[in-house]
Design a protein. Structure first.
Length: 79
C-alpha cells in the first residue's frame, strides 16, 4: 500500500520517493485482526522498500496460535 504524506522537512528526508511527485510517499504494511478489522501493528518505510521486507519487521508481533493470512506476494517459509 502506498501512503501519501504531508510535505514537511521530516517526511521529505525520511521517505524520499525515487519518482518525482508532488508529495513524499511511504510504503505501509499492516497486521489487522480479521473479525474486528483492528490494525494492531504497522511497518512504514520508503517506497523503495519492498512490502516483503517490511513484513519481516512484523513477524515478531505474531504469537503462537495466531493464523496469518497473507497476500500472494508474501509467500514462503523464510518469513
Amino acid at each position: 500500500m502506498g501512503l501519501g504524506l504531508a510535505v514537511t522537512e521530516v517526511s521529505t528526508q525520511a521517505v524520499i520517493n525515487s519518482e518525482k511527485s508532488a508529495f513524499p510517499q511511504a510504503r505501509l504494511v499492516a497486521l489487522a485482526e480479521c473479525g474486528t478489522h483492528a490494525v494492531f501493528d504497522v511497518a512504514i518505510g520508503p517506497c523503495r522498500t519492498s512490502e516483503r521486507e517490511l513484513a519481516h519487521d512484523l513477524m515478531d508481533t505474531l504469537e503462537p496460535g495466531m493464523l496469518l493470512l497473507a497476500d500472494r506476494g508474501l509467500y514462503g517459509l523464510d518469513m
